[in-house]
Design a protein around this ligand. Sequence first.
Ligand SMILES: CC(C)(COP(=O)(O)OP(=O)(O)OC[C@H]1O[C@@H](n2cnc3c(N)ncnc32)[C@H](O)[C@@H]1OP(=O)(O)O)[C@@H](O)C(=O)NCCC(=O)NCCS
Length: 154
Amino acid sequence: MSSKKSEITLRLVGKESAQTLSAIHEKCFPHYWDNEAFNDFFSVEHTYALIAEAGEVVGMVVYRLNFEQADIITIAVLPQFRRKGIARSLMAKTLEDMKWRGVEKLFLDVEEGNQPAISLYESLGFSHDRRRRQYYRQSDGTCTDALVMSKKFS
Ligand SMILES: CC(C)(COP(=O)(O)OP(=O)(O)OC[C@H]1O[C@@H](n2cnc3c(N)ncnc32)[C@H](O)[C@@H]1OP(=O)(O)O)[C@@H](O)C(=O)NCCC(=O)NCCS
């Protein structure tokens, strides 16, 4: 699977790209997931990843299908490539793939206060389902809530 949006190319990858996915994750999250973590994700059946390339890898999304349900495991775009529609393209391709595979409902977790991500998901038709209290531990020891969002496919 491959598609282009101006100079950005999207490509489906697997376990062989665990290192690349981890490198993007490290640049985008304070607590990053290492190579081993991504390897573990791919050890579960029906786990997929899309990378966005613009000469180099600039973004990625990892998702998992479980019959009629699916989860976004993570999505990230390098800071210097943000606000260019890359996450929207990654999500559009992901949603297209899920629809094609017969997914009926998609779930994700997002940290409260992560307004860029929440706005992205809302703009794609996700609704707020519930809150997981004190879900994310911060480096200063405090915890923040996770918002569980979902989207139904029609
Ligand atoms: C969230 C993230 C993936 C968005 O990536 P991006 O490529 O910059 O997003 P896009 O350019 O495709 O933007 C799509 C929409 O998201 C929303 N959005 C993105 N960045 C935003 C910001 N800084 N403030 C408010 N809304 C924002 C907007 O609705 C935007 O649509 P618009 O440009 O038409 O207004 C990126 O900010 C990121 O990697 N953040 C760190 C990792 C992270 O938090 N991942 C999500 C975990 S749940």
